[in-house]
Design a protein around this ligand. Structure first.
Ligand code: SAH
Ligand code: SF4
Length: 408
């Protein structure tokens, strides 16, 4: 059974022009904001430190709560900026505690309703993992992935990526002096409720390299959200030239969506393989900066019935990965309306997993979580996309015609 909480804010009633939010900004972005409102240069760095602490450590939603900042500057900040988070237009809670939020990002102009994305929270006893998106939709067209069928695509900004973490912490009460909602399933090990991040929502993170890198800078900052780089996993379908830079500039854990052991099949499942074949991809993995037994690469392998799930393929998988410190993650395929694939039978998955396990790899089959709320990998797709092109145009026009509400 699914508990569905109705929209918390009605998007139609929102003003078209709002004061820009400071939430999600990098330190450089906050410096700019202070310069814009004329804060003297010699004061700015100190003020950024204060803002940073209030926004990312305490998660405050009101400038008036920033008691280390004088009333005058607080007023000035409130006049020009907000601390708004994207509006959560729907929240669904699965029977297993998984939560899915549908978020609408602030509009970027009169013709933009604001990007709509989904974000999934998966609680366990000793960790809470947030699955975030890096793009709206995806330009790649992996044949088994629902996101890949979405036509509207754009990169999310750094602010929009960070905002997903802020919304999750806010909704879960994961800030000092705050509490989780009544009855919520959150980790009980005394740690943060959002302790891990995986870039496995919508989009190809390595096609939004700068946005993701800067967002990770904000998320890992130990004066703020303070989530360690080892607790962040970036999943890629195999953008080979960016794998080295990912390790050097972001230093996160790496996951590779492999899904096939032969180029011919991988070309079909993950068309990017035609550009960067398996051999080149694995070479980039072998050279991943910081790779060690303590810092292994996760290879994701979606189990597709009769397509990639034979014993021979399991053995070939093990052979291919020889010498790479690796974990293998077998993912039961999540079907979506209109797909031509089916998930492998359970005994087939077990047999496959056994071969991988015997070769010395831990091969957890990823337990499907949140299935009742369609929160699983590859199923995230924006609602806006489901509107016809004409309906979207009409919506855009309606927004454009709406009287602009000036910032107060
Ligand atoms: N674009 C990146 C990250 C987002 S997809 C990537 O491809 O790695 C996150 C994971 O979900 C990938 O391993 C992807 O292959 C997998 N996935 C996509 N659609 C799926 C589906 N329908 N069932 C199971 N896993 C799926
Ligand atoms: Fe894009 Fe990843 Fe889906 Fe492929 S699996 S279409 S890269 S989101």
């Amino acid at each position: 059974m699914t508990a569905s909480v109705p929209a918390t804010a009605a998007p139609a009633a929102e003003p078209v022009l709002r004061r820009p939010s400071l939430v999600g900004r990098t330190r450089a972005g906050l410096l700019e904001a202070l310069a814009e409102i004329g804060v003297p240069e010699k004061e700015r760095r100190m003020r950024v430190g204060q803002l940073w602490n209030w926004i990312y450590h305490y998660g405050v939603r009101d400038f008036d709560a920033m008691t280390t900042i004088g009333k005058g500057l607080r007023g000035q900040l409130a006049e020009h900026f907000s601390l708004d988070l994207p509006s959560v237009t729907a929240e669904q809670v699965s029977t297993d505690g998984t939560r899915k939020w549908l978020m609408r990002m602030p509009s970027t102009g009169p013709h933009d309703r604001g990007a709509e994305i989904e974000c999934v929270y998966i609680p366990e006893v000793d960790r809470g993992t947030l699955c975030v998106s890096s793009q709206v939709g995806c330009t790649l067209t992996c044949t088994f992935c629902h996101t890949g069928t979405q036509r509207l695509v754009r990169n999310l900004t750094t602010e929009e990526i960070v905002a997903q973490v802020m919304v999750a912490r806010d909704r879960l009460g994961d800030f000092p002096n705050r509490r989780p909602p009544e009855g919520a399933f959150v980790p009980n090990d005394g740690g943060r409720f959002v302790s891990n991040i995986v870039f496995m929502g919508m989009g190809e993170p390595l096609y939004n390299f700068d946005g993701v890198r800067d967002a990770i800078g904000v998320i890992t900052d130990d004066q703020g959200l303070s989530i360690g780089r080892r607790r962040i996993t970036v999943s890629t379908s195999g953008v080979v030239p960016q794998i080295g830079p990912l390790g050097e500039e972001m230093g996160t854990m790496l996951a590779i969506s492999l899904h096939a052991v032969r180029d011919e099949l991988r070309n079909e499942l993950v068309p990017l393989n035609k550009k960067y074949p398996i051999k080149d991809l694995l070479e980039a993995c072998r050279n991943y900066p910081g790779l060690s037994n303590a810092k292994r690469i996760t290879f994701e392998y979606v189990m597709l019935k009769g397509v990639n799930d034979s014993d021979a393929e399991a053995r070939e998988l093990v052979r291919l990965l020889k010498g790479i410190p690796a974990k293998i993650n077998l993912i039961p395929f999540n079907p979506w309306p209109g797909t031509k694939y089916e998930c492998s039978d359970w005994d087939r998955i077990e047999r496959f997993s056994e071969i991988v396990f015997r070769a010395g790899y831990a091969s957890p089959v990823r337990t499907p979580r949140g299935r009742d709320i369609l929160a699983a990998c590859g199923q995230l797709k924006s609602e806006t996309e489901k509107l016809s092109a004409r309906a979207r145009l009409m919506l855009d026009e309606a927004q454009a015609d709406a009287p602009a509400v000036a910032a107060e």
